[in-house]
Design a protein around this ligand. Structure first.
Ligand SMILES: [Zn+2]
Length: 93
């Protein structure tokens, strides 16, 4: 019936599996070679983020910019204010 036999079906499945395996092998070999030469998307994103952070740090650290200062928490109201200064709530005055 339809010229279909178990032997032909098994042969077709075998051919599909062999072709699929060969394709996987070749694509992995080619992909691995290309990946080694070109930076991956993750590496490019990381580099772009590092450059952006460095650029921002350079702008903030430019002469004339306000230097970073430590903040202390007010024991009275809980607000954060610069170390050595009085809290706006009146504590430490
Ligand atoms: Zn306070």
């Amino acid at each position: 019936m339809f010229g279909l036999s178990l032997g032909k079906v098994l042969f077709t499945v075998l051919v599909v599996v062999v072709v699929w395996g060969a394709f996987k092998y070749y694509s992995r070999a080619l992909g691995g070679e290309a990946r080694a030469k070109r930076p991956s998307l993750r590496e490019r994103v990381e580099r772009a983020a590092q450059d952006a952070v460095r650029k921002r740090m350079g702008e903030d650290g430019a002469p004339g910019g306000k230097p970073a200062e430590d903040l202390v928490r007010c024991p009275n109201c809980g607000a954060w204010h610069a170390k050595g200064t009085a809290c706006p709530c009146g504590y430490g005055r």
